[in-house]
Design a protein around this ligand. Structure first.
Ligand code: CMP
Length: 139
C-alpha cells in the first residue's frame, strides 16, 4: 500500500441508523476513490486485536462491545494525502468538537459511537487495511 491510501470503517451506529449511503456519498464527493470495500461484522477477538493499542484505556471494554454489536462497512480509500484529508473530512473524535460539515458532526452521536474510523498514519492505514483485506481484495 502506498501513502495515498487510508482505511475506514463505518461503525455499527452509522449502519444501524441507516447512514451508509449518505456517508459514502460524502466520501466520494470529497474526492476519495474506494479501492476495497466489504460489509462485515467484527468478532470480539477481531475487535480486541484491532484496538489492542487502546487495551489499557478505561473505555476499551465498551469500545470492543460497541464495535462487535452489529455489522460495519470496511473500506480502503485512495486520494492524494489520504490519511490527513480523510481525518479532516471525518472531524474530531468527539462529535461535540467536530467542525460543521464533517462526517462525525453530521452522523456521530457520542465520543464512543462516532460513526466512522479513519487511520491516524500511513503505517496504521497499511496495518488496518491488511487486517480486513487480502491483497486480491484491494484494487
Ligand atoms: P477511533 O478514533 O476511530 O478509534 C478509537 C476509538 O475509541 C474512537 O474512535 C472512539 O470510538 C473510542 N474512544 C476514544 N476515546 C473514547 C472515550 N473517552 N470514551 C469512549 N470511547 C472512546
Amino acid at each position: 500500500m502506498t501513502t495515498n491510501r487510508t482505511f475506514t470503517m463505518l461503525k455499527p451506529d452509522a449502519v444501524e441508523n441507516g447512514h451508509i449511503g449518505a456517508i459514502l456519498d460524502k466520501i466520494n464527493a470529497a474526492g476519495f476513490k474506494i479501492v476495497a470495500m466489504k460489509y462485515t461484522q467484527l468478532s470480539t477477538r477481531d475487535a480486541q486485536a484491532f484496538y489492542a493499542v487502546h487495551s489499557e484505556r478505561p473505555f476499551y471494554g465498551e469500545l470492543v462491545e460497541f464495535m462487535t454489536r452489529g455489522p460495519i462497512v470496511a473500506a480502503v480509500l485512495e486520494k492524494d494525502n489520504a490519511v490527513e484529508d480523510f481525518r479532516a473530512l471525518i472531524g474530531a473524535t468527539n462529535p461535540a468538537e467536530a467542525a460543521d460539515g464533517t462526517i462525525r458532526k453530521m452522523f456521530a452521536t457520542s465520543m464512543g459511537e462516532n460513526a466512522v474510523h479513519g487511520s491516524d498514519s500511513d503505517e496504521n492505514a497499511t496495518i488496518e487495511a491488511s487486517f480486513h483485506f487480502s491483497g486480491r481484495e484491494i484494487f
